[in-house]
Design a protein around this ligand. Structure first.
Ligand SMILES: *Cc1c(COP(=O)(O)O)cnc(C)c1O
Length: 386
């Protein structure tokens, strides 16, 4: 057994990030400033979008996207119940009602046929979640959206590197929200970004994210002379700080190097688990790039004497951290009570939620650590097979 606990989703942080944070602290400008501007420009170029606007989380990015698109009271927004709570919470924050559409079992992504069934005269937006970094079926989603005049806001928290037919997710649809939370492929501690090709939406997001103050108000204390600002909306406090951007700038430079490492780990796992009682991640669709954010196994419970939660406990005993992405969102107390959702409503989501377990996939992992994970999974599943 391993001597130390292997933390699930621990990020790879190196000396260049650390030095840039120290430089930022010494620079005297630690709030929103030149490093945020630089990070936004680098991210914009990486995605290929016209605009990129840094915020302090993906939750903020999703909320601002809804508000900027005038989504609110009386509107319905269709999304996946196989996601983190922030996706649907942000719809509720805007005043709109989340409407869930079930996912496909194999891709774990929202099923365009299920979206169609959920369209009403109140549908204003669709929020595809690119689960684990696998691109959703964007041709179908964009075509439903166009037919009913709904906007598309991508939840790309898992999907920075993800491509669909040669394009990054952040240039498809109307708005895209990214996360730089501590476990994501690119980390800034807490952080997020909105990308869009729509100038009007970009301007609104910039203003709404910083108290509703007129554009570039953060420059008011800079050496170009004090400038007055004007408040034109009752905005939010969602801006990113230079301390966060300092980390992001170097994380972005190393994103492709880290992707190569995660791909190696992904393939080692695929080979090692091929004959175990598990369903491996589906093959990656032709014409797409998967960001390899999460490696999720579905336990074949019918062939095992243990539950998913037992499996996680046994992994913990082996000193290996695991995660669940996700328990079904519609069955959480708030969603169950407020909207009356119950077991059986979204069978594919529930099938996945009952069986799924995510194992470490950080670019930080050494070969030895990957081997520890593999050995633990193999021995637990072999021992507890029926
Ligand atoms: C992490 C995550 C979020 C929230 O991101 P934050 O930056 O923590 O706000 C939203 N959606 C999904 C699918 C996520 O995994």
């Amino acid at each position: 057994m391993r001597k130390s606990f292997l933390v699930f989703g621990s990020p790879r942080i190196e000396e260049d990030e650390i030095q840039e944070v120290v430089d930022t602290l010494r620079s005297g400008w630690i709030g929103t400033g030149p490093r945020v501007e630089k990070f936004e420009e680098m991210f914009r170029q990486y995605i290929g979008s016209d605009f990129a606007l840094a915020v302090h989380s993906c939750t903020a990015a999703l909320h601002l996207s809804m508000i900027a698109a005038n989504i609110g009271e009386g509107d319905q927004v269709i999304t996946s119940p196989m996601t983190f709570a922030a996706t649907a919470n942000s719809i509720i924050h805007s005043g709109a009602t989340p409407v869930f559409a079930d996912v496909e079992r194999s891709t774990m992504n929202i099923d365009p046929k299920e979206i169609r069934k959920k369209i009403t005269s109140k549908t204003r937006a669709i929020v595809p979640v690119h689960f684990a970094g696998r691109a959703c079926d964007m041709d179908s989603i964009l075509s439903v959206a166009r037919e009913v005049n709904a906007i598309v806001i991508n939840d790309a928290a898992h999907a920075i590197e993800t491509e669909y037919h040669g394009k990054k997710i952040g240039v498809l649809g109307d708005l895209t929200a990214y996360s730089f939370y501590a476990t994501k492929n690119l980390v800034t501690g807490e952080g997020g970004m909105v990308t869009t090709n729509n100038q009007e939406l970009a301007d609104k997001i910039k203003i709404l994210g910083l108290h509703g103050m007129s554009k570039d108000a953060w420059k008011r204390f800079s050496d170009s002379g004090y400038k007055h600002y004007e408040v034109i909306y009752p905005g939010y406090k969602y801006n990113m700080m230079d301390i966060q951007a300092a980390i992001g700038i170097h994380q972005l430079e190393k994103l492709e190097k880290y992707a190569i490492r995660r791909n190696e780990i992904w393939e080692m796992y695929n080979r090692a688990f091929a004959n175990l009682p598990v369903i491996l991640p589906a093959a990656i669709e032709l014409g797409t790039r998967h960001s390899l954010h999460l490696y999720t196994l579905l336990l074949k419970l019918e062939e095992l004497k243990i539950s998913r939660d037992d499996f996680m406990t046994l992994m913990h005993h082996e000193n290996i951290g695991t995660g669940v992405h996700y328990t079904a969102l519609h069955l959480h107390p708030y969603y169950h009570k407020r909207f009356g959702f119950k077991r059986g409503d979204f069978p594919n989501t529930e099938f996945i939620a009952d069986r799924t377990v995510s194992i470490p996939l950080s670019a930080k992992l050494s070969d030895e650590e990957v081997q520890d994970v593999i050995s633990a999974v193999q021995s637990i599943l072999t021992k507890h097979q029926k």
